[in-house]
Design a protein around this ligand. Structure first.
Ligand SMILES: Nc1ncnc2c1ncn2[C@@H]1O[C@H](COP(=O)(O)OP(=O)(O)O)[C@@H](O)[C@H]1O
Ligand SMILES: [Mg+2]
Length: 153
């Protein structure tokens, strides 16, 4: 497992990291976003989704559990991004009820805020991003087995 630790001094720097992640993470990918409430998981996700070309609003999926985004034509290099927020999940089993398997396709990137709430049901992460308060901003620890992609971050 390779990792890097980077520092985002403010929200603009966080957005820049979301844009960089959008460039290097390709489908299929399961991404865990860890960090307390207000750490910046949704800020990072929103920047990532916008960088992929989504022009509308990016709502926090806190109440809907998952928000879907489609990019390009399916079967022609197109892919989906599913943004999950498991904070309000009562039980990991509920993920099966909403059809988690169907979201985990070859052509999907799945971002999971609060992955610990889905423990035992979620697949292993291809990328794990841990966000913590550091000085006036946030520290991001980024882990992946994909050394090549990480070196292009
Ligand atoms: N690197 C940063 N430094 C300082 N503040 C940040 C940084 N990144 C995001 N923020 C701010 O912290 C808050 C994070 O909220 P949000 O992204 O909703 O967190 P989470 O989804 O982890 O609960 C926002 O108010 C955002 O403006
Ligand atoms: Mg959030």
């Amino acid at each position: 497992m390779a990792s890097v630790r980077v520092y985002a001094a403010d929200e603009a720097a966080m957005i820049a990291w979301g844009q960089r992640l959008a460039r290097v993470v390709s489908s299929p990918a399961v991404v865990y976003l860890r960090g307390d409430l207000g750490a910046g998981k949704t800020t990072l996700s929103r920047a990532w989704i916008r960088a992929l070309g989504h022009e509308g609003a990016v709502k926090s999926p806190t109440y809907t559990l998952v928000e879907p985004y489609e990019f390009g034509e399916s079967g022609q290099g197109g892919f989906s991004l599913y943004h999950f927020d498991l904070y309000r999940l009562g039980d990991p089993e509920e993920l099966e009820a909403i059809g988690l398997r169907d979201y985990l396709s070859e052509s999907a990137i799945c971002l999971f805020e609060w992955p610990e709430r889905g423990e035992g049901i979620l697949p292993e992460a291809d990328w794990e991003i841990v966000i913590e308060p550091q000085d006036v901003g946030r520290g991001l620890s980024i882990y992946t087995q994909d050394d090549v992609a990480l070196s292009h971050l």
